[in-house]
Design a protein around this ligand. Sequence first.
Ligand code: C5P
Length: 480
Amino acid sequence: MASITIRNIDEKAKQALRERAARNGNSMEEQARLLLDAAAQNDKMDEAQFVSTGYEAGSRSTAIIDPYYPASGKRILMIISGGIAAYKSLDLIRRLKERGVSVRVIMTKAATEFITPLLVGALSHDKVFCDLFSREDEQDVGHIALAREADLIVVAPATANLMAKMAGGLADDLASAVLLAADVPLLLAPAMNPAMWNNPATVRNVETLANDGVHFIGPETGEMAERGESGRGRLSEPMEIVAAIGQLLDDAHKPLKGLRAILTAGPTHEPIDPVRYIANRSSGKQGYAIASALARAGAQVKLISGPVDLPRPPGVERVMVQTAEEMFQAVENALPADIAVMVAAVADWRTIASAEEKIKKKPGTKTAMTLKLTQNPDILKSLGHHKKRPTLVIGFAAETQDLIKHAKAKLKRKGADWILANDVSHETGVMGGDQNTIKLLSNDNTRTNVEEWPTMAKGNVATKLVDKIIVHFETQTVNV
Ligand code: C5P
């Protein structure tokens, strides 16, 4: 192909091209070539749709090349499962192709009852895969390769049946086998009758999949295709799905990509005997919210969690522990890391030895029971002075009095960079509650800065903290 000279285009377009090239790791010239190629493809696709859907001549839409769409140039594997909403997937393919996305399609057998592979292939400009046991397809691509070669897999529509198979790890057709073999992000756009969506089995399956890190868009609430039916179960609009795909593939909005974070969260349980333990009222909500926000910002997150009743946040690797010593060991094993956020309410003491058998009352006596305790390792302090010290070490100071004084002392003693101090007196409802009021302490050469945050939901505290972490690493990079 002849070389492209990028000249005589206005500054705004040039800037867009520059940003896009930086995002995709290629040159401006290569990026321009990709866009032109996408435009040419798009023209062909419009023709294909014109033929296959019987549009009248002259009604061809104009190609939309959105220079800011983060997924353009990326590869999407789209799985269409069988439901009335399958017809909407045609528009989704078209919208993605318009944006320079390469789309390869797998259809379940049921989907082919609603729309034909021929029509889908005409829109995607590719062979459509339907059969797990097709020798020809296996030689061509192979179902494992189908699962791996994409940047993202989107299932639209995702039926209750396919989600149930995914949640149970079944692989009895091409779509479910590919989903089981996939190690790329998965986005499901469910569509089904509201009664099916609300069925406890579907609710359980959706929860299982969400805990496995699968992303969801919709379903929406509204009229169903069946007459007289309405409720939650409509497939999200194609443009909404296009936006969700863009968001998931948007590296520019993953500012912590490439950084490793370790978090501790929740309480610890220190055994007294086989049935009793020393614990505290920590719910783990704040730590889990921070783990989730870090993952959303692109960090590779390892969450070391004490016993809590919370699902694993999507995209986070979780290690469950019981005691402070186990938590300490798990943190050691997770090193090295760039960021450490120690949110766990670690028990300061444990019993010297947990009794082998349940400790019994002595009948007829009222003698006081004495537990001999010893100190637990201080995980935050050990990280603050570690030879593999993470670049940014953050701790919490849960206090019931003299908040700032204690937090300042902790900042120094533990060798932390930042301490988030919060008042956990009973009346604040912070322990176990959904809100938190933070004072952030950090050392600035000679003095300690104190930043007061208003009371907010724990999720917002997490986002605000992660925003600060992002700024911290951005300024560090600039200074290097
Ligand atoms: O000393 P104190 O328990 O008040 O310190 C609180 C901070 O230290 C929190 O960030 C907590 O996660 C961390 N910590 C720890 N290991 C301990 C005790 C506290 O990591 N044994």
